[in-house]
Design a protein around this ligand. Structure first.
Ligand code: PLP
Length: 226
């Protein structure tokens, strides 16, 4: 399996390179975030050996076990799942990024619980870009009002936006997220991150300006059904 992971990473990197070339973008503008949920420490270690540095995890307990098993690697951990307020402390203490913030209360707790001895915790706000009732995320029209109080919080660095669009029309959704991002950047020029694109649609996301693509299946293989 480790050699599969290395081969898969090479293929994904090639897809990113090609998508960047098509879009006239520098490939170094796009960070590959390998999403490890349901896969054990050995798979993550194989990704690290193949040069991946950034790992995305969705479940707090599962992630903490892997972080503990891999302290000898230079991995950077991103929390990308839904975050309940009673689980913010270990995330504030052990992760470098949180991609799914969609409420002020969560950001406030992360700010309060982030050890000041660590670099600021990087945050992306999750946007419900297709207005789906079943999905978490801030409505596009409410993002600016959420940014305002968050940028004033200590121990955090607001980096940008994240979304998980409906698969059927993700290209249009990515374009709308990009337009919202450009609009917000006129007011908050420090925003530099668009976290969008997964295994099935990374090319469309890169074309629309993604700076982080979150890839699970095409690196680690299929996951057991939830
Ligand atoms: C699982 C997950 C991914 C990876 O999805 P794949 O389709 O397996 O590449 C990306 N982002 C989030 C938020 C996820 O939960």
């Amino acid at each position: 399996m480790p050699s599969d992971v290395a081969l898969n990473i090479a293929k994904v990197r090639e897809r990113i390179r090609r998508a960047c070339a098509l879009a006239g973008r520098d490939e170094n503008e796009v960070l590959l975030l390998a999403v490890g949920k349901t896969h054990g420490p050995a798979a993550i270690r194989a990704a690290a050996a193949a040069g991946v540095v950034d790992i995305g995890e969705n479940y707090v307990q599962e992630a903490l076990a892997k972080i503990d098993a891999l302290t000898d690697t230079p991995l950077i951990w991103h929390f990308i799942g839904p975050l309940q307020s009673n689980k913010t402390r270990p995330v504030a203490e052990r992760f470098a990024w949180v991609h799914g913030v969609d409420r002020l209360k969560i950001a406030e707790r992360l700010a309060q619980q982030r050890p000041p001895s660590l670099p600021p915790l990087n945050l992306c706000l999750q946007v419900n870009i297709d207005g789906e009732a079943s999905k978490s995320g801030v409505e596009p029209g409410a993002v600016a009002a959420l940014i305002e109080p968050i940028v004033a919080l200590p121990n955090l660095r607001l980096r940008g936006l994240m979304a998980i669009p409906e698969p059927a029309n993700s290209a249009a959704s990515f374009a709308r997220l990009r337009a919202l991002f450009d609009d917000l950047r006129t007011r908050w020029p420090q925003l530099d991150t668009l976290s969008m694109g997964m295994s099935a649609d990374l090319e469309a996301a890169v074309a629309a300006g993604a700076t982080i693509v979150r890839i699970g299946t095409d690196i680690f293989g299929a996951r057991p059904p939830a």
